[in-house]
Design a protein around this ligand. Structure first.
Ligand code: ATP
Ligand code: MG
Length: 395
């Protein structure tokens, strides 16, 4: 009989888990059965190096995992990546685990999307000397092992295992989108976390961003995030509602890339405007149509946010502070670089109304120069703001 103790087979399941979903759980269960793992350790990433979005706070993501896994035997949640307070590289995590748990053999569990990106991971070749890199099937990905990876895998102590599983077509991005659309997510995530995920503003905001990424060019998406940040900053400066300003800024161009024919069609069908200038210049309709669509698609029903979106291009004499903020944030967000923008920024920071009037006047002179039609709402807005200023000065 051998005196050598059998190494414990540990599945390491790294991920952002924002939030954890049934696809993760199915994958873990299949790996445990097929690879005969003794335990699975979930390792939420503290600062995921490959994400181009802002995940929910680490503590929240861990809490959701705890609520879902409870005391499931053989499951642990490790917050090892938090201890390093830096970008969470799997290579470092594996080194640390080898140091702490010498009696274990590690299987790093991933979906096939990770295999496609493995060659970009920090010291990916060395990772294959520290664990089996398990790539399970995932809907939408071929799961094929690229030649470069196969060759490297054969040279390494453990290497890559491609493991076919009966995977579910669920992603955290998809969950976040459904939350933003106020749709039911009970078929996607466990009941224990539904209420919290549904009411998480971080999840919702990232859901909005995922939806916008599909509707807008990269440039316009970047502009939208710029407007959101600028609107939030202005709301902070002028004692406004920061969250609503951020959301209105983020969503203001929801319909900006809808074709003119569709803008006109929706405007007629739902009576969204009767102004002659809108019909001559249908792109002006992206505000009113965007507001209508956001409500219709179940994304937004906050009327103040919808008004701000509706009026963000033409202005409106009844604009409240939120609408003014979105109007001018659209003009001065950091990606804008027309001559005079810095002056407009400084003016706005001093006095929101002065900024809005200057923004409108900038539009008017631009339109006059290029023989463009002027929207009557822009003139009415300027007149109203001048009137209000005169009244204020008189008192
Ligand atoms: P996001 O959409 O935010 O990227 P995600 O659903 O991909 O989220 P992650 O936390 O990024 O979840 O994934 C952690 C790991 O789990 C990754 O290796 C990923 O490939 C794998 N994984 C996620 N969902 C599935 C699934 N439905 N089937 C198989 N593997 C999955
Ligand atoms: Mg992912």
């Amino acid at each position: 009989m051998s005196s050598q103790k059998r190494l414990k087979k540990i599945g390491l399941f790294g991920g952002t888990f924002d939030p954890v979903h049934f696809g993760h759980l199915r994958m873990a269960e299949e790996c445990r059965a097929k690879l005969e793992l003794d335990e699975i350790w979930f390792i939420p990433a503290y600062r995921p190096p490959h994400k181009d979005w802002t995940p929910s706070p680490f503590e929240k993501r861990c809490q959701w995992l705890k609520q879902v896994l409870g005391d499931t035997p053989g499951c642990r949640i490790l917050d090892i990546e938090k201890e390093r307070d830096e970008k969470s590289y799997t290579y470092h995590t594996l080194l640390e685990l080898h140091k702490r748990e010498p009696g274990c053999e590690f299987y790093f569990l991933t979906g096939a999307d990770s295999l496609e990106k493995l060659h970009t991971w920090y010291r990916w070749e060395d990772i294959l000397d520290l664990c089996y890199f398990v790539s399970t099937s995932r809907p939408g990905y071929t799961g094929e092992l690229p030649e470069q990876l196969r060759i490297e895998s054969e040279k390494r102590k453990y290497g890559i295992i491609c493991l076919p599983i009966d995977a579910l077509d669920i992603s955290s991005t998809g969950v976040r989108e459904q939350v933003a659309l106020c749709k039911d997510v009970k078929h996607l995530i466990p009941a224990e976390i539904i209420d919290e995920v549904n009411s998480s503003m971080e999840v919702k905001v990232e859901g909005y961003k995922a939806i916008l990424k599909k509707r807008l060019s990269v440039k316009r998406y970047t502009h939208s995030v710029g407007v959101a940040n600028t609107a939030a900053k202005l709301a902070g400066m002028f004692n406004g509602d920061i969250e609503r300003a951020y959301l209105a800024g983020l969503l203001h161009d929801y319909a900006r890339e809808v074709p003119n024919a569709e803008l006109l069609e929706l405007t007629m069908a739902h009576n969204l405007s009767s102004d002659a200038v809108d019909l001559l210049q249908p792109s002006l309709l992206h505000g009113p149509v965007g507001a209508w669509m956001l409500k219709e698609h179940g994304i937004m029903d906050d009327e103040a946010i919808l008004d701000a979106i509706r009026w963000h291009t033409t202005g409106h004499p009844d604009m409240n502070q939120l609408a003014k903020i979105v109007y001018i944030a659209d003009y001065i967000e950091p990606n804008r670089d027309f001559p005079g923008v810095e002056l407009l920024r400084q003016l706005t920071y001093r006095d929101l109304d002065l900024g809005v009037v200057a923004g409108i006047e900038h539009t008017l002179s631009f339109l006059i120069q290029k023989d463009g039609y002027i929207h009557p709402l822009s003139i009415a807005t300027r007149n109203r703001l001048l009137e209000e200023r005169r009244d204020k000065n008189r008192n």
